[in-house]
Design a protein. Structure first.
Length: 322
């Protein structure tokens, strides 16, 4: 069963996936301004029940796309942050070893009584095996994000964030989960999703991902937006901003992106800067104000030092574009 079938009684979320145009409108209603390429990829991902691999530089809205989809469909969001050394026990499940040890101590005397009348060593071992199975059952299981997502009967949005920071071994482990929406637990058997989750994997291209993983996913690259789309995003996230200031700051950010900087501003920095300028009661960009707030959009001192002498020229470029 699909998530959209589960949501059949929820008219707004189901209608949002009726077409690409409806999805663009629906995402806009929850604060995400999506290009047609983004909406088309998400539309196909949900209807084809395929994970979507979202790539792009940090701050272009990869994670926000997953958050907005969960909000649009009114589904729980389960997030797994990837890092080097992440393994199955942290991603799928692990046993509550402390609880197992505590119960072992509590039941120690009872176990002795149960084994006292065992006629042979084999009989005693059989009884021990039975007791051991008790400690590897549901009450002692600690589900991690992947298992939680598979066990959501009504579906969920599963965000596997920054998959490129994990190891290749973990990437290989994911293949079963992403291809069949199931996972194997030796003590419990195969756990299969009743309703497959909507899966987002994000990557900042720290390393190249394997072909096997890419084959199981739809690919979406989110670039830095054109000026008109970025102004829409700013207006959506900072509704109090005046159109003139919006044009100027987006023009200034785009001029910065043409420079050879260690880190160019992303969309998230543009939005943060807009909020900072509103906080400073700005209605237009002035050189002194730009100089005082450059640290909001530039994250390295060497970039700030390089840009400061060019502020007036960059402002003229931004104002000409407005």
């Amino acid at each position: 069963m699909t998530i959209l079938a589960q949501a059949a009684n929820s008219e707004p979320s189901t209608d949002a996936f009726a077409s690409v145009e409806a999805l663009i409108e629906g995402l806009g209603g929850v604060g995400y301004i999506a290009s047609r390429r983004i909406a088309t990829a998400l539309y196909m991902s949900v209807h084809l029940q395929k994970p979507i691999l979202v790539e792009g530089v940090a701050g272009v809205g990869k994670t926000e796309l997953a958050l907005s989809t969960a909000k649009l469909l009114d589904l729980p969001l389960i997030r797994m942050q990837c890092y080097e050394g992440l393994d199955e026990s942290k991603a799928l499940y692990e046993w509550k070893y402390g609880k197992q040890l505590l119960y072992t101590q509590i039941l120690k005397d009872r176990m002795g009584e149960s084994l006292a009348d065992a006629p042979t060593m084999d009989a005693a071992m059989d009884r021990l095996h039975g007791m051991g199975d008790m400690f590897f059952s549901e009450p002692f299981l600690e589900p991690r994000p992947l298992m939680k997502a598979l066990r959501e009967d009504d579906g969920c949005v599963l965000l596997i964030d920054e998959i490129d920071k994990s190891d290749e071994a973990f990437e290989a482990f994911l293949l079963e989960v992403l291809s069949a929406y199931q996972a194997s637990v030796p003590e419990l058997g195969v756990i299969k999703a009743k309703t497959p989750p909507i899966v987002f994997l994000t990557s900042n291209n720290v390393r190249d991902l394997g072909d096997a993983l890419k084959r199981r996913c739809l690919h979406l690259h989110i670039p830095l937006p054109e000026a008109a789309l970025e102004r829409q995003i700013v207006a959506s996230r900072v509704p109090d901003i005046e159109a003139r200031l919006n044009h100027q700051l987006v023009g200034f950010v785009h001029a910065l992106r043409e420079l050879d900087l260690r880190k160019s501003p992303s969309i998230s920095e543009t939005v943060d800067w807009a909020r900072a300028l509103i906080l400073m009661h700005a209605d237009s960009l002035e050189p002194s104000l730009v100089r005082d707030t450059l640290n909001v959009i530039l994250k390295f001192e060497q970039d700030i030092t390089a840009v400061e002498p060019q502020i007036n020229e960059l402002l003229r470029t931004a104002q000409a574009g407005a």
